[in-house]
Design a protein around this ligand. Structure first.
Ligand SMILES: [Zn+2]
Length: 195
């Protein structure tokens, strides 16, 4: 019932309320949910950039990205979503500057977030066995404290469902094409994951 309630709120968020209302609703969502489970995820499911997966997808990697929108307010999650739509790509999760986590794709489905990519162990096509998480951020900015906290909580949650062996940045698996996650501190994340 609680889940239904949250989903309803998430739906409300999507149908275009004024930004002040939206922020207020997000705050309500966050507080109410955090009291219960420590993790709140707002559904903003993409109907693009996804391949439905038959059976259980085997996942052992999390890929961290950063992105912003080149159209409109660069840090507005809806604008970032629209840019993804334009290029027919998506991550599984998107984390706003305020630490709100949006679910764009089901973890069991393959999401097109990494492109042509290769792990240090030689495996190619990282999308097939990874979960992609985008933090809203630009090359000249830094991820916020709220984003690190939310990311760590999310990865801990993902680890309850998948045996995660690798947490990598996009640039680690596509070094000639990609430079994200920009200004991201993996030591900070590692520290939060230990707590
Ligand atoms: Zn990326």
């Amino acid at each position: 019932m609680k889940t239904l309630f949250f989903s309803f709120f998430a739906l409300l968020l999507l149908v275009g309320c004024s930004s002040k209302q939206e922020i207020a609703q997000r705050a309500v969502l966050k507080q109410t949910g955090e009291a219960k489970s420590g993790l709140v995820i707002v559904d903003m499911l993409a109907d693009f950039g996804i391949e439905k997966w038959e059976g259980n997808r085997s996942v052992d990697t999390v890929v961290v990205h950063t992105a912003y929108s080149v159209e409109g307010e660069p840090y507005d999650p809806k604008n970032v979503y629209n840019i993804f739509k334009k290029y027919n790509v998506t991550s599984h999760y998107l984390i706003g500057r305020d630490g709100v986590i949006y679910r764009l794709a089901d973890e069991n489905d393959l999401a097109h977030h990494a492109g042509k990519s290769k792990m240090a162990d030689g495996r190619e096509g990282v999308n097939a066995f990874s979960i992609g998480i985008e933090l809203i951020n630009s090359q000249t900015d830094y991820p916020t404290k709220a984003q690190y906290t939310a990311l760590a909580k999310l990865i801990k949650d993902i680890k309850t469902r998948h045996k995660i062996e690798h947490i990598v940045g996009h640039k680690d698996i596509a070094p000639t094409r990609k430079s994200d996650p920009w200004n991201f501190d993996f030591n900070e994340l590692a520290m939060l994951l230990e707590n």
